[in-house]
Design a protein. Structure first.
Length: 314
């Protein structure tokens, strides 16, 4: 039994410190509402699957005629995970979100209930939005739950849903954006002369842009919401036990001619420009990735659904 418990602990995905936070004006947290209808305007998970970065060091002449060549280092890092896994996580996270809303007494409206609103005039409606490159996170794909209706605009949808809430008789309009990141890549200063790129792998639910956003109603004067709740993360939520945390680097040392070559015309200095590219694939167990990311998303959303209810409803 002890052995089995040990194996279970090793194989289980765990989370780091969960530090939820709130954004937005506190003045919009005071109202209490009776209408517990919720309309989900968007539910999107942005999965980082690729990261690429380059660093350059300019060449040129030094003192006393010495010469340094230019250097460029490029590093690309990809995540070995399938589209099917990303879609499954999104579908299951959405189903859990709906279950949490209903468990807290909310009525979840159908997507097409907003089809006659002025807010969505000119929008298209789909129950099967395809995966697309994220327009807010480089190297990421945006995934929506399938068989769920959403309105979309090819020019970009509005995030100010106060008018929509008003048209839906002050139903709470929810917008969920979740960002799953597996690597941070940046230029790095390194002792010596050259160009250096460093990538650090770590699977997290990112604190950057992740939000559970609820808007209720619209003031007649000024057009601000009657109530607004913005649930965020104060820090990245680590998803442990899924991918190996490591540092991947690509360093290119500049060619530097310190001595020169003596000729009949004097000492000549020369240095070559150098450039290298490096690519790495980070392996990920699909089952562990699925369980770990779902755990992070569910922890985040369950907390903020509960907080939203406690703040705004009797």
């Amino acid at each position: 039994m002890a052995l089995l418990m040990g194996i279970s602990t090793v194989n289980a995905q765990t989370l780091g410190d969960f530090k939820p936070g709130k954004a937005g004006p506190k003045s919009l947290e005071r109202p209490k509402f009776d209408n517990k209808n919720v309309y989900i305007a968007d539910f999107a998970v942005h999965y980082q699957v690729y990261s690429e970065k380059s660093a350059s060091k300019k060449g040129g002449s030094g003192i006393y005629g010495k010469v340094m060549g230019g250097a460029k280092a490029s590093l690309a890092v990809g995540l070995d995970i399938s589209q099917e896994t990303l879609q499954k996580i999104t579908d299951e996270a959405y189903a859990k979100f709906i279950a949490d809303l209903k468990a807290n007494g909310f009525n979840v409206m159908q997507g097409d209930e907003a089809k006659n609103t002025n807010f969505y005039k000119g929008y298209k409606y789909s129950t099967n939005l395809g995966m697309t490159p994220s327009n807010t996170m480089e190297g990421a794909v945006t995934v929506h739950p399938q068989n769920v209706g959403f309105f979309y605009n090819e020019k970009g949808s509005s995030t100010n849903t106060t008018k929509l809430s008003k048209e839906l008789n002050d139903a709470a309009v929810a917008r969920i954006d979740l960002y799953v990141e597996f690597v941070k890549t940046k230029e790095s200063n390194k002792s010596g002369i050259g160009a250096n790129v460093v990538a650090k792998t770590n699977l997290v639910l990112s604190d950057n842009n992740t939000i559970a956003h609820f808007i209720v109603g619209r003031n007649k004067i000024g057009g601000s919401p009657l109530g607004e709740y913005q649930g965020v993360l104060k820090k990245d939520l680590d998803i442990d036990g899924v991918i190996k945390e490591e540092k991947i680097t690509n360093y290119v040392a500049s060619d530097y001619d310190n001595w020169g070559t003596s000729t009949a015309f004097g000492t000549v200095y020369s240095a070559k420009n150098k450039a290298t590219s490096k690519a790495a694939i980070v392996p990920a167990d699909a089952d562990k990735y699925e369980k770990g990311v779902e755990l992070a998303i569910n922890t985040f959303l369950s907390h903020h659904v509960s907080e939203f209810k406690n703040k705004f409803f009797k």
